[in-house]
Each structure stands twice: as structure tokens, then as C-alpha cells.
Write a protein that binds this ligand. Structure first.
Ligand code: CAA
Length: 241
């Protein structure tokens, strides 16, 4: 992966942060996008030396401009990691339209926004690695997550379709489906509910962001060119296909 250029969306915190750091360790030139938290992004940049770019993955034009800026400053994108995501949990009978749209736009429409921005360049150069972070809850469904599970399940269909479209162009398109990982997102789950969830994980604990980064780096490698349209589940045994 030496000198490959990578963008990790939501790359300054949580799972994305671990992915950005590991891709850099593997020799990539990395750009990390973020949306809201300037303070965390600046601290991340100072600590890691990784360039940060502020744009909203839910916004088509911002993504085209953000990717154009990365390409002008660092170079053409070889690896795209669609990691940015949000939760707006709530039972469907209480869910607002804003909480539905927000999750679908950030977690699913973002795939179109980001892939559209990089795909023509990847096709022209006959090389690319696209990896999207889905979720165990896109595989199983979850209380309070009709919006999130719908978006994360959508990732699988998108991934397989784009994988077929690009297979003859040296571009692989895969998903990683994490289980419950020690991040701010999971810390927000009510304590009693989280206890019940951990009891269902055979490994007996939450995963770490580094354990997801390991899977992403595996798929991002030059040598992973024969793996496409696939989902790699990393969930401590909570869901075995
Ligand atoms: N599993 C089993 N039971 C659950 C449950 C779950 N995941 N979530 C809620 N329940 C149960 C509660 O225990 C409760 O049962 P009792 O009435 O018997 O106590 C009942 O459903 C109602 O729950 P609440 O009182 O909490 O109702 P609420 O309306 O205040 O909130 C909720 C409902 C939004 C679903 C809330 O319970 C919640 O946030 N649950 C967690 C949902 C979750 O797992 N989100 C995952 C976030 S992490 C993530 O998404 C990352 C990833 O990819 C894995």
C-alpha cells in the first residue's frame, strides 16, 4: 500500500481514526474527513500528522468539492473508506422524519456522494479500493434502529452492484460489518441495554476500533485484488453467517 492515497470519512474519531492511523502506518498518504467536531479534528491532526478536511458526507456538492481538494493537495484517490455514520435511535412509532432522513443521508446517500466523486478517476487509472463500514445491525436488525439498519443493509446491495460494475477495472468494492465496538456511539446506548447486548457476544466484550481497522487494511491492500463484493464481519462471534 506504499504511497497509495486514501480518504477515510469520519476519520478523526472512533473507528475511522483507527483506520486512518493504520493506513498511514501501512505507508498510505491519508486524508481524514470530518463534519462537526473541529477540536477533535485539530487534535487528531496534531497528534498523527494526518491531513483533515471538513465536509458533510450527506451533501453531494460538498463531497465533490472535498474530494477535489484532497486530490489537488495530496493526489488522486486510490482508497476510499466510507466510514462516517450517525445514529438517531428511536422506535419507529416515535421516529421523526428528520431522524429518518438524517441517518439515510449520512449513512447511505453518502456512498453515492463519495463513490461518485472518486469512481471516474479510479476507472481511468484502472485501480481502486472502496471499503464501506456497515454494521451487524444491518445484518440482524435492532430495536430502535429502523433507520440505521435500513441504511446499513443498503450498504450491502450498493457494494455488490458497484463491485460488479468495476470488477474489470482493477477496483474492488467491499464492506466491513462491525459488531459492537468501544466508541462514543456505543457508549450512548443505555447501560442496561448494553449489558444485554454484551451478554450475546461470545468473545465476551466489546470490540476495539483497531480490530476493525485490521479488517479494513486487509481489504485495502494491493494484494486483496481478488476479493470483491464481499462482507467481512468483525463482531466477536455475535453473528455467524
Ligand atoms: N435489545 C433488547 N431489548 C431492548 C433493546 C435491545 N437492543 N433496546 C430496547 N429494548 C427494550 C428495553 O430493555 C425496554 O424493555 P423493558 O420495557 O422490558 O424495560 C424496552 O425495549 C423499551 O426501551 P426503552 O425504555 O429504552 O424505550 P425508549 O423509547 O426510551 O428507547 C430505544 C428505545 C431508542 C430503542 C433505546 O432503548 C435504545 O437506544 N436502545 C439501544 C438501541 C441500540 O442497540 N442501538 C445501537 C447503537 S450502537 C450502533 O448502532 C453501532 C453499531 O453499528 C453496532
Amino acid at each position: 500500500m506504499k504511497n497509495r492515497i486514501a480518504i477515510v470519512t469520519g476519520g478523526t474519531r472512533g473507528i475511522g481514526r483507527a483506520i486512518a492511523i493504520d493506513l498511514k502506518k501501512a505507508g498510505c498518504k491519508v486524508a481524514a474527513s470530518y463534519h462537526g467536531n473541529d477540536e477533535a479534528a485539530q487534535a487528531f491532526k496534531k497528534e498523527t500528522g494526518i491531513a483533515v478536511y471538513k465536509f458533510d458526507v450527506a451533501n453531494f456538492n460538498e463531497c465533490q468539492e472535498g474530494v477535489a481538494k484532497v486530490e489537488a493537495e495530496i493526489g488522486p484517490v486510490d482508497i476510499l473508506v466510507n466510514n462516517a455514520g450517525i445514529t438517531r435511535d428511536g422506535f419507529l412509532h416515535k421516529m421523526t422524519e428528520d431522524n429518518w432522513d438524517g441517518v439515510i443521508d449520512t449513512n447511505l446517500k453518502s456512498l453515492f456522494n463519495m463513490c461518485r466523486a472518486v469512481i471516474e478517476g479510479m476507472r481511468a487509472r484502472s485501480y481502486g479500493r472502496i471499503i464501506t463500514i456497515s454494521s451487524i445491525n444491518g445484518q440482524l436488525g435492532q430495536f430502535g434502529q429502523t433507520n440505521y439498519s435500513a441504511a446499513k443493509a443498503g450498504v450491502f446491495g450498493f457494494t455488490k452492484s458497484l463491485a460488479r460494475e468495476c470488477a474489470n477495472k482493477g477496483i474492488t468494492v467491499n464492506a466491513v460489518a462491525p459488531g459492537y465496538i468501544e466508541t462514543d456511539m456505543v457508549k450512548a446506548v443505555p447501560e442496561e441495554v448494553l449489558k444485554k447486548i454484551i451478554a450475546q457476544i461470545p468473545v465476551g466484550r466489546l470490540g476495539s476500533p483497531a480490530e476493525i481497522a485490521r479488517a479494513v487494511c486487509f481489504l485495502a491492500a494491493d494484494e486483496a485484488g481478488f476479493i470483491t463484493g464481499e462482507t467481512l464481519s468483525v463482531n466477536g462471534g455475535q453473528h455467524m453467517e
